[in-house]
Design a protein around this ligand. Sequence first.
Ligand code: FPP
Length: 247
Amino acid sequence: MALFKSKETTIEVDFDRLPRHVAIIMDGNGRWAKKRGLPRTAGHAVGAETFRTIATYGKDIGLDYLTVYAYSTENWKRPLEEVNAIMALLKKYLGEAIETMEKDHIKLNFFGDLTRLSPELQTLCAETQEISKRYEGYQVNVCLNYGGRDEIIRGMKAWQADCAAGRADPAELTEASFSQYLYSKDIPDPDLIIRPSGEIRTSNFLLWQSAYAEFYFTDVLWPDFSKDDLLAAIASYQKRSRRYGGV
Ligand code: FPP
């Protein structure tokens, strides 16, 4: 058991019992900016830096997987200027990740329909996924143009096509076999899902995979989310009793 002293409180985390997979809805960038009289895009810029800090820290403390919700299937409804600013940030951070991920041993993977992204961004995603194949270890999944319902429908369609082609048998369908049709195939379900910014909803994030996840909500806005906030979420998770429907 290790104790962490933060400014106001002591955070108690058992590093031998970490969640394997933590998922985060990176929310509150717009409100963070508004509070400071800045454009929303400034909140996304700081939020992207927070992503890098937390993604790196996840590896330092020994998580196996970190999944972040960066852009939903609904986020296209935002003003074009904001969409473009988020896409530019993704381009910047993926470009920089390509330079450092092999040295840092951080694998990058993507959940979502990438075909709607610009060809340039799609190439960057493909390149980072290709580099990731070269080594084992900590993996960060970035959800881009992702929606939980969309993921399930896509999985259903792919499974149906396999059934029609004789590659799958409806009588044999199980939860485990259907999971193989999702973006998260071969990745354990998230143990802990964190939503900052005071919103208490899942917003179409990992609908299938979150069935037995523990949820942690905090009022902290994503750009302010710190390493201590991640430890506080893990400490809360470690106090829970996970019964998976049993006693
Ligand atoms: C939610 O906050 C945030 C987003 C929709 C965008 C998240 C994008 C980033 C953090 C930047 C790029 C990401 C990476 C992986 C480099 P919001 O805008 O909905 O905030 P609000 O609810 O306060 O308006």
